[in-house]
Design a protein around this ligand. Structure first.
Ligand SMILES: [Zn+2]
Ligand SMILES: [Zn+2]
Length: 234
């Protein structure tokens, strides 16, 4: 059995370490490499059919070496072969290293506190979230599951204001009974500001949006504000 391909989260963590380690230190005995190997194993702890070689220090150092082929500043040419997603991640993050650092550190924190374990399994769509699955799932989890979300919806429903804060779309008005009580909720706190322990979701950080506007809010980094999205729409 072959090890599964590296996913977005894993590659983000690998690229982050790539930029932190001098090329001469990339080896399976390096402490940072060993540490990353452990994190990656924790990250996929639900995956029971893992090979013993799964993301072992050797595999991690090979992956870091893969980035060399994309790096014009790297000495030598690095390994020639590599996955497509590697290139995508490289292009997205190599020019935005502060973002890479933030995202990687948030993923590591989430893994450390096991924050993602409570969240449902990933779907295909999660791959599209630039920050990876772990943070996407956490974001969605906050938007769907907390009491504050329910309270906010209830309040809006009582005032007859269950509509999109951006475009005013009202599901009930358009879909009738089928749409009654439906709206999505967006947690406006950017992932870079997430706290993992002892943090509460404030009602003021949540907004009610239709599914279209919600998608649009997630499309760009940094996320557009409600005001900005309204402006685009008008
Ligand atoms: Zn809308
Ligand atoms: Zn959202």
């Amino acid at each position: 059995m072959k090890n599964p391909k590296w996913n977005r989260d894993e590659l983000i963590l690998a690229l982050d370490l790539y930029f932190k380690l001098p090329a001469s230190k990339i080896s399976s005995t390096n402490d940072e490499i060993i540490k990353l190997s452990k994190i990656l194993n924790q990250l996929s702890s639900s995956d029971k059919q893992k090979e013993e070689t799964f993301r072992n220090p050797n595999g991690v150092s090979m992956k870091l070496n893969n980035f060399k082929r994309l790096d014009p500043d790297a000495p030598g040419s690095g390994l020639v072969r590599g996955g497509k997603l590697e290139k995508v991640i490289w292009e997205e993050f190599s020019a935005n290293r502060s973002m890479l650092e933030v995202v990687a550190s948030k993923i590591r924190q989430a893994v450390k506190v096991g924050a993602f374990a409570a969240v449902a399994e990933a779907s295909e769509e999660d791959e599209l979230f630039p920050e990876g699955k772990v943070l996407f799932r956490l974001h969605r989890y906050r938007e769907r599951n907390c009491k504050v979300v329910k309270a906010l919806k209830k309040k809006a429903m009582e005032k007859n204001e269950l509509r999109c804060s951006v475009c005013s779309f009202d599901f009930y008005q358009t879909y009738g009974e089928l749409g009654r009580g439906f709206i999505e909720c967006h947690h406006t706190v950017p992932i870079s500001d997430y706290q993992f322990e002892g943090s509460k979701t404030n009602m003021s950080d949540l907004i009610l949006v239709c599914s279209n506007c919600h998608r649009m809010l997630h499309r760009k980094r940094p996320w557009p504000t409600i005001k900005e999205l309204r402006q685009i729409l008008s």
